[in-house]
Design a protein around this ligand. Structure first.
Ligand code: FAD
Length: 392
């Protein structure tokens, strides 16, 4: 039978042709970091359910990916496309590493960068860009995930001070953070607060027993009469549009990031199938296997074309939040389908941490849920298409 040189899935689409030279160089530097510093270690971090966040944050700061698409205050000021590509490479390592970077840059830093006072920006952003200070973003509560408008955390005025009381849930980086951006109800709409985590009354117990995103720290935030000066409030954010503007940034990163996990699964699976002999032939030589691989490569490539299109729109400041929903819904949904299908090709070997496939699939369960569940994004798109809001 004729043999040809195999082509990697995204090379088949030649998507590199759509990426500028500078953005490709950034992408390659992040890929090199992930290949050398993350991939050799991450299986153990996942098994232990423990991530060396502080050490990693410093390395990621040196790499220049923390808040990389923001301008000024020690941030790299890259294109949005470069940021997306970096997310893709980080998530090819593990969704937990990309989550660390997304929460730091797109949620905590972006909230301060976009809505903060000059004093807040000067105080936090340069240290966060360098990975010297770690941030978290507290929006979700035990009873309010998809509907954050119902939040019960409250900030009341006491003289010039603010006093915060409430509980946040599922907060990435919570127990390792130096600073928490916390969203709370006030007499004047929902407001954001910059909370140094050593403030009395603040605690962040870690959530254990996770089966997904084990290489990521997830915590509860408990605010028990946390007293803050008037200057702790983010002056530029009033109402739910404040936190939603930050979520939009993080969701954008996931459009690319999720494909990184899928690509890693598919590449791993193609080489496994080439090596694995079944009924005296390589698993890759069977039509059933090839049909699966072809369908997965197609979805990966289509997702990448969508991501690059949305990246370009963002670089032109034309990206609408509805379009972010299109990308997040499609690319996470297809990535988790790819990860699960790849697992079938690996057979029993696919259930271990020797291969990244089930680790990625399990991680993508969280990615499917956070930053707006698939159902929430369907509702956003449904609203855009019909003009009817069907959220409640
Ligand atoms: C690992 C991890 C890390 C996270 N990190 C953070 C973080 O750093 N900061 C933060 O603030 N949050 C974080 N989250 C929380 C995340 O954003 C929420 O889990 C998410 O918004 C969903 O909320 P929920 O889990 O309460 O589910 P629910 O809102 O209770 O939803 C349950 C189900 O109902 C569906 N549903 C909701 N509304 C409707 C509707 N109108 N019609 C039909 N179905 C509906 C949902 O799609 C879902 O399937 C994290 C979550 C995880 C798992």
């Amino acid at each position: 039978m004729a043999r040809h040189t195999p082509i990697a899935p995204l090379r088949l689409f030649d998507t590199d042709h759509l990426i500028g030279e500078d953005d490709r160089a950034i992408r390659d530097a992040v890929r090199h970091f992930v290949d050398n510093k993350i991939k050799p270690e991450v299986g153990q971090w996942f098994e232990d359910g423990a991530l060396p966040v502080r050490e990693l944050a410093q390395q990621l700061g040196e790499l220049g990916v923390l808040g990389m698409h923001l301008e000024g205050y020690g941030c790299a000021g890259t294109s949005a496309t470069a940021y997306g590509l970096a997310c893709m490479e980080l998530e090819a390592g593990d969704s937990g590493i990309r989550s660390l970077v997304s929460v730091q840059g797109s949620l905590a830093m972006f909230a301060i960068w976009k809505h903060g006072s000059e004093e807040q920006k000067q105080q936090w952003l340069p240290r966060m860009a360098a990975g010297e200070a770690i941030g978290c973003f507290g929006l979700t509560e035990p009873d309010f995930g998809s509907n954050p408008a119902g939040m019960r955390t409250r900030a009341r005025r006491d003289g010039d001070d603010w006093v915060l009381t409430g509980t946040k849930m599922w907060i990435t980086n919570g127990s390792v953070a130096d600073v928490a951006v916390v969203w709370a109800q006030t007499d004047d709409r929902i407001r954001g607060f910059v909370v140094p985590t050593d403030t009395p009354g603040f605690s962040a117990p870690e959530i254990k027993k996770k089966l997904s995103l084990r290489a990521s720290v997830t915590s509860e935030l408990v605010l028990d009469e946390v007293r803050l000066p008037a200057s702790a409030m983010l002056p530029g954010a009033a109402g739910l549009s404040g936190p939603l503007s930050c979520l939009n940034e993080a969701r954008y990163g996931i459009i690319f990031g999720s494909l990184g996990a899928a690509r890693d699964c598919l590449e791993t699976t193609i080489s496994y199938a080439q090596e694995r002999e079944i009924f005296d032939r390589s698993l890759a030589s069977y039509q059933l296997t090839q049909a699966k691989l072809a369908d997965m490569a197609l979805e990966l490539g289509k997702g990448m074309l969508l991501a690059l299109h949305l990246g370009r729109l963002k670089d032109e400041a034309r990206l609408h939040s509805n379009q972010v929903s299109l990308g997040k819904l499609n690319n996470v949904r297809e990535s988790i389908a790819i990860a699960r299908e790849c697992r079938t090709i690996l057979g029993a070997a696919g259930i271990t941490l020797e291969y990244p496939v089930l680790r990625h699939a399990n991680n993508l369960e969280s990615v499917l849920t956070y930053e707006g569940t698939s159902e929430v994004h369907q509702l956003v798109i449904g609203q855009a298409l019909t003009g009817e809001a069907a959220f409640r």
